[in-house]
Design a protein around this ligand. Structure first.
Ligand SMILES: Nc1nc2c(c(=O)[nH]1)N[C@H]1C(S)=C(S)[C@@H](COP(=O)(O)OP(=O)(O)OC[C@H]3O[C@@H](n4cnc5c(=O)[nH]c(N)nc54)[C@H](O)[C@@H]3O)O[C@H]1N2
Ligand SMILES: Nc1nc2c(c(=O)[nH]1)N[C@H]1C(S)=C(S)[C@@H](COP(=O)(O)OP(=O)(O)OC[C@H]3O[C@@H](n4cnc5c(=O)[nH]c(N)nc54)[C@H](O)[C@@H]3O)O[C@H]1N2
Ligand SMILES: [Mo]
Length: 780
């Protein structure tokens, strides 16, 4: 059987769509689909109307808007569980966005999934439902376990659930036979306890969503400047003269960034968007909280230049810009910051030679931009005293993601744009606490502070590396991982190679999902399976020591408290820290860790974290400051903790990102406006002008014409993996879009079926979610 056939079979059982549907994993629909270009500013009234529809659907008319007022306010409120964009620092203006509101409302729904629901539906029956329908049933209310006799989930007590986990984990031949996944929402406190449990148990198998998201950014920044994070904060964004925004769809995925972009344009800064697509944030916005602007339909520009690079072409663009900087330095020594370069960097001369040896025709071909456009971008960089370069998945999810981020740092170093106000690298993170997860120990490699952990917590943490996401999928399939614990997230749909990942999960002896809502990963399960429902971030977390708060770290290293105030969705929910402590006590009979004391009062967890984690000294006092605190970071002070003690230039060869034959297209998978990763709110993608359809592929008009495809035709898409195997999707709609020839785009997670488990970057081990090699033909 070919991989392709296996794929179809895997899909038929428990994975939609057995047959492609116009709605994809979204709501069922037979309404006609449509696409017409969006001509309005981002955010504004379109966003307000869209929020209204979601709030209505979740029947949260009163509680919803009230909860918004508490969101992102210092100390008294909870952190928005949406993206990781930092909170407004200056004043208490209403700093919320459309998609944050949708996200909070999604968690606060009044609908419930109770034991009656599970007894009314077999798992095989639920497998036929859409992912939208699964999540739309509402919040999970009590722990459930799979009963194979009846093919149903049945209630189980918390104690019995923990005992089951403990028995299975203690029964394994080695702790390395279990894997512990994290999705990026877990609070810092829960994260610390989770990694403590896992390392005390004896493994570093801590795969996380970051392995699919910003792994490349972390690796690159560590190698260049010895920090895994960006070095700037919002004040720097407010002070820069030039802002380069690469590979992010900000209007949908970090909408509060629109405010920063429009502020920048208003005060005369240059804002350059680099993206194969011209996304909504690249043009103009109505700033969401400026009610007068809303009333007058007054929009503000959010960009001053657009560069439509070829997918994977960013490195060539950046190198071209560096080439112009070197050229200029021959006549104007001020083009380079020589004092900075001499004192703080390593490898400059080799970088200069490399750049000078690179020829314009290659830079033009690989970037997909003309020499004139690259020069124009370089002029903006040269004219700017303070430059911020930011990026997201359009840079990190490519084969050469690490090299590209390092090239971004190279360019910044040339003019000393690091470690001073208004300048520096600024990756845009995804999940609200994905950055905090890494800081607090979610890493399949033993953290640098492993010795401190051993000493302070009196455990023997393992020193050998564990499994990341891609390796976990393979290990479940070859039988070397037998227990999978998912701390949030929706592993089966978020991961690459859907059918293969599903097969791996099914081969496990036990799968455990800690979740707030029903999702596909509950239906694609091991021999034994548990669904453990937890409190959401908006809900009151009462422990014996009183109301508890947790902390999160945003994309700019600010750590602050988040306190939920809402009545929990059910009396049987436990907090994530409590669930972790329950699993730990059942798994580690001889543990000396004071799990119960930690759960009674999270201040005690923070006290231990303060002793283990660098930069967390005085944690409990620091988080009670009005806006929390920024984790100290050497690179921000020009102290580079690399082996040489200097910022390192990288010297990567110019990658060839163009397929050898003209039949192959480079396909990237993106989010629509109305989804949060695997959570699909509707089948619409407002800013791209799409309605009632998710099973589509955006293509260049000429690429369609040469393949005999008319706009809206049904097509079959076949991907070819690095190992030569093929995977396919049938009967998707081809839709004309303004993107570079030779490239195409469509939606995750529907297209994850196409990503082979060997299709990951050699540099970052990240799945190649932005550069699949596909052929597209009219459906027969
Ligand atoms: N509402 C909402 N918010 C979210 C999420 C969500 O699903 N919904 N997800 C969250 C998460 S986990 C993350 S990681 C972020 C993701 O935020 P984004 O990175 O915006 O996510 P994508 O939708 O994958 O969009 C990728 C962008 O990169 C561009 N791109 C693709 N290839 C290239 C390339 O080679 N070069 C350049 N320069 N650009 C390229 C695409 O055209 C697209 O604009 O958003 C977070 N915020
Ligand atoms: N093809 C393709 N695939 C991708 C990507 C891509 O661009 N293209 N992007 C990748 C990226 S960047 C990421 S980050 C991953 C995302 O991967 P994941 O983080 O695994 O997926 P999510 O869809 O964010 O997880 C949604 C589920 O989280 C649970 N949940 C929500 N809130 C909470 C909570 O407070 N606590 C707990 N315990 N559970 C909660 C709910 O049950 C919900 O169903 O997907 C990756 N997959
Ligand atoms: Mo992400």
């Amino acid at each position: 059987m070919s991989t392709e056939e296996q794929g179809r079979q895997g899909l038929a059982f428990g994975l939609l769509p057995a047959e492609p549907r116009q709605g994809g994993y979204g709501p069922r629909t037979d309404r006609p689909w449509s696409r017409k270009p969006y001509r309005h500013p981002a955010a504004g009234w379109g966003a307000a109307a869209s929020v209204g529809r979601v709030v209505l659907r979740e029947r949260e008319l009163v509680a919803g808007p009230l909860a918004m007022l508490k969101m992102n306010h210092p100390i008294s409120g909870y952190d928005c569980p949406g993206c990781a964009w930092p909170d407004d620092l200056g004043n208490l203006k209403l700093d919320i966005c459309e998609n944050g509101v949708k996200h909070v409302t999604w968690e606060m729904t009044r609908k419930r999934v109770d034991r009656a629901f599970f007894s009314a539906h077999t798992v095989s029956e639920l497998a036929d439902w859409t992912d939208f329908d699964l999540e739309d049933q509402g919040r999970l209310t009590e722990p459930m376990t799979y009963d194979s006799e009846t093919d149903r989930y049945v209630p189980i007590s918390w104690d019995d659930a923990f005992a089951l986990i403990g028995d299975e984990l203690r029964g394994l031949a080695s702790p390395d036979e279990a894997a512990f996944y994290t999705s990026g929402r877990l609070s810092n406190e829960a994260t610390f306890l989770y990694q403590l449990m896992v390392r005390e148990y004896g493994t570093n198998n801590l795969p996380d969503c970051s392995n699919m998201c910003h792994e490349a950014s972390g690796r690159a920044l560590n190698a260049s400047i010895a920090t895994g994070k960006g070095t700037v904060d919002l004040h720097d964004w407010e002070q820069c003269d030039a802002l380069f925004v690469l590979g992010v769809n900000a209007a949908s995925n970090a909408p509060r960034m629109l405010t920063a972009l429009s502020d920048a344009v208003r005060r005369g800064a240059q804002v350059v968007h680099v993206n194969p697509l011209i996304e909504a944030a690249a043009t103009r916005t109505i700033v969401p909280h400026e009610f007068v602007d809303m009333a007058r339909f007054k929009s503000t520009d959010t960009g001053t230049m657009n560069l439509q690079v070829r997918p994977g072409g960013d490195l060539a663009l950046i190198r071209g810009m560096a080439k112009v900087v070197f050229e200029r330095a021959q006549t104007d020594p001020g083009a380079l910051d020589s004092a900075f370069l001499d004192r703080y960097t390593n490898g400059f001369d080799d970088y200069r030679m490399l750049v000078e040896a690179t020829q314009w025709p290659d830079l033009v071909r690989q970037s997909g931009l003309s020499e004139a456009r690259i020069r124009a971008a370089a002029e903006i960089y040269l004219a700017s005293e303070r430059t911020v370069i930011s990026w997201c998945l359009g840079v990190s999810q490519h084969e050469h993601g690490v090299d590209t981020v390092r090239e971004i740092v190279n360019l910044l170093l040339l003019r000393g744009n690091i470690g001073r106000p208004g300048a520096g690298p600024s990756p845009i993170r995804g999940h609200s606490n994905v950055q905090g997860n890494r800081t607090c120990g979610i890493d399949h490699r033993p953290p640098a502070w492993t010795d401190r952990l051993a000493e302070v917590c009196e455990i023997e943490p393992p020193r050998h590396p564990g499994l990341d996401t891609v390796k976990t999928i393979r290990a479940m399939n070859d039988g070397s991982v037998k227990v999978f614990v998912g701390m949030g997230g929706n592993f089966v749909l978020a991961a690459p190679d859907t059918a293969f990942t599903a097969e791996g999960l099914r081969r496990c002896r036990l799968t455990v999902q800690v979740s707030t809502k029903l999702n596909r990963s509950h239906l694609v399960h091991g021999e034994k399976a548990l669904i453990l429902p937890c409190l959401g971030r908006t809900e009151r977390d009462e422990q014996t020591g009183g109301l508890q708060g947790v902390t999160v770290e945003d994309a700019m290293s600010m750590v602050h408290l988040s306190i939920g105030r809402k009545q929990p969705a059910s009396a049987h929910l436990l907090s994530e820290p409590a669930i972790i402590a329950g699993m730990a006590k059942a798994t580690l009979p001889d543990t000396r860790t004071p799990w119960d004391a930690y759960i009674a009062d999270y201040d005690r967890i923070r006290d231990v974290m303060a002793r283990v984690l660098p930069g967390f000294e005085g944690f409990n006092e620091l988080v009670r400051e009005p806006h929390g605190f920024r984790i100290p970071q050497g690179a921000r002070e020009r102290e580079f903790g690399t082996a040489s003690g200097r910022a390192e230039f990288s010297h990567a060869p110019l990658p060839d990102v163009i397929p050898a034959d003209s039949e192959t297209l480079v396909l990237q998978t993106v989010r629509s406006h109305d989804q949060w990763n695997t959570t699909i709110y509707s089948n619409d993608d407002r800013y791209r002008g799409v309605k009632n359809i998710r099973e589509l592929i955006f293509m260049h008009a000429d690429d369609m014409r040469v393949r005999g495809i008319a706009d809206g035709d049904m097509v079959d898409i076949v991907s070819t993996s690095k190992d030569g195997s093929t995977r396919s999707l049938r009967a998707f709609r081809a839709v004309t879009y303004d993107l570079p020839r030779g490239s195409a785009a469509g939606y995750m997670p529907e297209m994850n079926v196409l990503i082979g488990h060997r299709d990951y970057s050699e540099q970052s081990d990240q799945p190649l979610m932005k550069s699949l090699r596909v052929t597209v033909r009219p459906s027969r």
